[in-house]
Write a protein that binds this ligand. Sequence first.
Ligand code: GTP
Ligand code: MG
Length: 359
Amino acid sequence: IILGAHQPPNLFANASSMMQPSQRRHMSRNLFLSELSQYVRKLLEKLTRTIEPESRLLSFGSTANGFSLRNSDMDLCCLIDSDQPPLAASDLVTMLGDLLERETKFHVKPLPYARIPIIKLSLGPSQGLPYGIACDIGFENRLALENTRLLLSYASVDPTRVRTMVLFLKVWSKRRKINSPYRGTLSSYGYVLLVIYFLVHVKNPPVLPNLQQIPPLRPISHEDMHFGEHNIWFFDDIELLRQRWRSSNTQSVAELLIDFFKYYSRDFSYNTGVASIRAGLLKKESKGWLNDFDGSRYSETSRDRNRLCIEDPFETNYNVARTVTKDGLYTIRGEFMRASRILATRPERAINALAQLCE
Ligand code: GTP
Ligand code: MG
């Protein structure tokens, strides 16, 4: 499907295209999707190397941190290891965009002059791929690779509760149409940070430790801890952590979800607070993140950027929820309240209530 007339390589033929439809139904959907994303990544890497031989394409986002749904996009990051001065990202986007247009069946949209230059690729739904494929290729986005690793580490500390909560929240927010940063609501990344903030800082006893505050086992140089001015240290020895970290919080996923919705519908201080998984609850004022109450000195746009404040774990001067507008926040809070109400009135039928939440 992707290469049109070209022959698909064996790599992919193994897993799915040699199978009969009835066999394919038995193959786990996740396995199919991870093979598919690996195949697409390798194919795109091969094509990218015809332009920049020293480049690597790495997966980040939900296909790399275990939070993907069947209709998730694929996020790819191109790293160039060369000693030579690399091509400017905008040139690379234009050249690679042309190449992908010629060599693949993807619909290609290069955005060379965006704040972060990317190439957007998409493939419409087809019989073998009912959700099609959407893929973004960015360049040198090392912080995104690191925050993907951080989220993966959190998911690995308590896989059952963290993954189930995150996946539920993602399905729910997509179904309730409050997962569109381009339309004034919050990205998936933002919802995942809200879940981790809740499990690390709101729940008492906490479900998760704060990985960014656990000191390293041996001294680490300043360079190794930082990327540019950003401190990217976090404790990533998950095997050791699993042996040593035992949360005394024994709540079930359903109980945690009920508390999550309750907290974000009435307890989180939207007007003054910043949710930081690194440092707990911070003040908008102390970060200089202005909102409605800062008077008339600021433009409507700057006020709209900080309605909801979620600090990025590494880029601490960056509000991940800056896309959330006044109306967007009103809708999101309304949805948290609706969810909380449905769960509170039907505690004895929690499973049905959770299903009803997404309708
Ligand atoms: P789905 O695609 O909806 O399944 O979720 P996702 O987990 O892939 O999230 P999304 O596509 O929103 O973001 C992909 C990755 O990009 C995240 O895991 C982050 O690594 C990175 N990212 C997304 N938004 C931001 C942002 O606002 N700031 C930073 N620093 N990174 C971001
Ligand atoms: Mg994604």
